[in-house]
Design a protein around this ligand. Structure first.
Ligand code: ATP
Length: 632
């Protein structure tokens, strides 16, 4: 993004896109331009009127045009000023409302474009979506309307003013015009410089927001490690980046406006001196000179506004490039492409020679020539050490990413041929750390399933052992904040959310964090019910022995490769089994020691045991004893 604002072809297309944004606002904008003409005409008549008034009061034989009395002329002037003020108010209101409508439309479109991008783009902050939504869209909106309105006004003022000046005195006007070319040249350079600065400022603001978001969303960790100071320093350095850019802009605008103001005043002085000699020669009247000087002020003001109009259009174009880049970006996984999947369709899931690297870490091959088939209704537990690639398999299944080599098929068809939304609609997902959104328990279970009835929601909750919901004073209408539920409760709500879809496939990523005994039992029981029903094909990233033992097949993953596969009994009884080696900690836990969740063999002893009570666990959970039997 750093150089996108500099590319001339992008600048041109951004400008066209900005203009086309104003197209739906054609009617209010045309009306506003009409009102602008009215108010500008009134404004532009003021210097002329003042000149005439001066001549009237200084003349020995005062005359009012059209033979009007002083009272009538005053009434006409008052009426005109009132009309001008009303037109001005109307213009400003219409332009602002149109501007805000454009900003609103732009934000909606930017958000829609961002939310359909592949997860990598958004999650890694590559797209810097937040600052595009907030700051960039405002800048673009402003440049289209407020500035366009002021710009038009200044064009009218400058050109009508010049015309009037020529009419009064061509010589004096030529004198004034000598100043215009150097100032305009300065304005062009200033505008370009400002555009560059503005792009850099937007990027720096994005960086600043990212730092703040990261630390504020991890406030517990920041406080636990007393990391206020380093976090503040990190944020401060980003703020300083923004500030130093703002300082550059301040200096540039100071110099620019100072020098244009200076040249304006010098011009006035020159006009006054030369004009004075013309008056003394009787070439023009005092009133005419006054009008002319006032017109000069108007023209000068108009030109100054034009330069700031030019610079803000440039800023708008810079911000526009960032927005239109995102609006036009084709997501790597196109949500619109592909054929729909029949929700009733059933068939095996196959990973065929799948290799995979994350786009952000292309040098590391996470999955290596992986082959795996899961038949309809089968349950497979993926087992392996941390970082062995278990979750990556689920990510490929859900098409958050596509394999870099090989393919994933469903019922014989490459899942890349399916429409991603349609494909995902037949998969129920239970992530390791389920996210609950602002809203009620019911709306969270029905997330992505807005048409679900209360009965269906309750049935799914019952299936997922969410009995705790009935115990809450407001039941399913309880509002949930992100933090107000325990890990086990969140897992069960996530299971209910997944089950409500009646999925053909369930992709479950078991929590690695230790749950309390009762909660764990309820989660396990919910998973067991699903496995027993055999209606859903289950791919479980399993960390707990109880889940592993219940799956029909266990697939051991090591370093992105499948090293062993078979039923629990087979693997446990196999001599020198990789599974047994991997499970030794868990199996000894099953034999009576403190339990340790699998999948974190590298974790220091005790870390995961902290919140568990081994005896209570045994009482609530008979499964580990079974494992012990199997071993013997
Ligand atoms: N978004 C990502 N970008 C880059 N690398 C990633 C990303 N997600 C995971 N990885 C890396 O890919 C490898 C496999 O990760 P994966 O999450 O699939 O392992 P896992 O077996 O599920 O581990 P765990 O049990 O700890 O969740 C790891 O080396 C990990 O660091």
């Amino acid at each position: 993004m750093a150089t996108s604002g500099e590319d001339p072809s992008k600048t041109a297309s951004s400008f066209r896109a900005i203009i086309s944004l104003a197209r739906p606002e054609k009617r209010p904008l045309t009306l506003a331009v009409g009102l602008l003409f009215i108010s500008s005409s009134v404004s532009m008549s003021i210097p002329f009127t003042i000149g005439k008034l001066i001549d009237y009061f200084t003349s020995s034989n005062p005359q009012i045009p059209l033979g009007l009395s002083l009272g009538q002329a005053s009434a006409i002037l008052l009426f005109m000023f009132t009309v001008g003020a009303c037109a001005n108010a109307g213009r400003a209101t219409l332009m602002r409302i149109s501007g805000q409508r454009i900003v609103a439309r732009l934000r909606e479109r930017t958000y829609a474009a961002a939310i359909k991008q592949e997860v990598e783009f958004v999650e890694r902050g590559e797209g810097d979506v937040i600052s595009r939504l907030s700051v960039d869209s405002s800048i673009v909106g402003e440049s289209v309307t407020n500035n366009l309105s002021d710009g038009l006004r200044s064009i009218i003022m400058a050109s009508v003013g010049l015309g009037a000046m020529f009419y009064i005195s061509p010589q004096l006007t030529m004198l004034m015009l000598a100043v215009v070319p150097p100032v305009s040249l300065g304005a062009v350079f200033y505008g370009r410089y400002l555009k560059r600065l503005s792009n850099k400022t937007q990027e720096a603001l994005g960086e600043m927001t990212k730092v703040a978001q990261e630390s504020l969303s991890a406030l517990r960790t920041v406080q636990a490690y007393n990391a206020h100071k380093p976090e503040q320093d990190k944020f401060s350095s980003k703020v300083q980046d923004v500030f130093s850019l703002a300082r550059k802009e301040a200096v540039a605008s100071g110099i620019f406006f100072g020098s244009t103001g200076w040249s304006g005043n010098v011009t006035l002085l020159a006009l006054l001196a030369y004009g004075g000699t013309l008056v003394s020669k009787g070439a023009i009247s005092v009133g005419d000179l006054t009008s002319l000087l006032l017109y000069t002020v108007y023209v000068g003001g108009g030109l100054q506004t034009l330069t700031s109009f030019f610079s803000s259009i440039m800023r708008g174009i810079g911000a526009g490039v960032r927005i239109f880049d995102l609006l036009e970006r084709k997501p790597v996984i196109d949500p619109e492409a592909g054929v729909p999947v029949d929700p009733e369709r059933r068939g095996p899931i196959r990973f065929e020679d799948v290799c995979f690297q994350y786009p952000s870490r292309k040098e590391v091959t996470v999955l290596k020539d992986l082959n795996l088939e899961i038949v309809p209704g089968e349950s497979v537990a993926l087992v392996g050490g941390s970082g062995s690639g278990k979750s990556s398999i689920n990510s490929l299944l859900l098409r958050y990413y596509d394999p870099t080599k090989g393919r994933v098929t469903y019922d014989g068809q490459d899942i890349r041929e399916f429409n991603p939304a349609s494909w995902r609609s037949i998969i129920g997902v239970v992530p390791q750390d389920p996210v609950l959104f602002t809203g009620t328990i019911a709306s969270n279970i029905a997330y992505g399933n807005e048409g679900a009835t209360r009965e269906q929601i309750e049935a799914a909750a019952r299936q997922a052992n969410c009995e705790f919901v009935w115990g809450m004073p407001k039941g399913f209408d309880t509002e949930i904040g992100r933090m107000s539920l325990s890990g086990g409760q969140r897992q069960r709500l996530a299971i209910a959310r997944a089950l409500l879809k009646k999925p053909a496939i369930l992709a479950l990523d078991e929590a690695t964090s230790a749950l309390d005994a009762t909660s764990e039992h309820r989660v396990n029981d919910a998973i067991e019910k699903i496995l027993r029903s055999r209606q859903t094909t289950c791919l479980i990233v399993a960390h707990r022995l109880s889940t592993i033992a219940r799956a029909e097949r266990i697939v051991v993953l090591e370093g992105g490769r499948i090293t062993e596969s078979g039923s629990y009994r087979q693997l446990v009884n196999r001599k020198d089994s990789r599974f047994r080696a991997l499970m030794s900690a868990q199996l000894s836990a099953a034999a009576g020691d403190a339990p340790t969740p699998l999948g974190s063999p590298d974790k220091p002893e005790g870390e995961s045991n902290a919140t568990r009570e081994p005896h209570a666990d045994h009482a609530a959970e008979p499964q580990p004893q079974k494992a012990q039997e199997a071993l013997m």
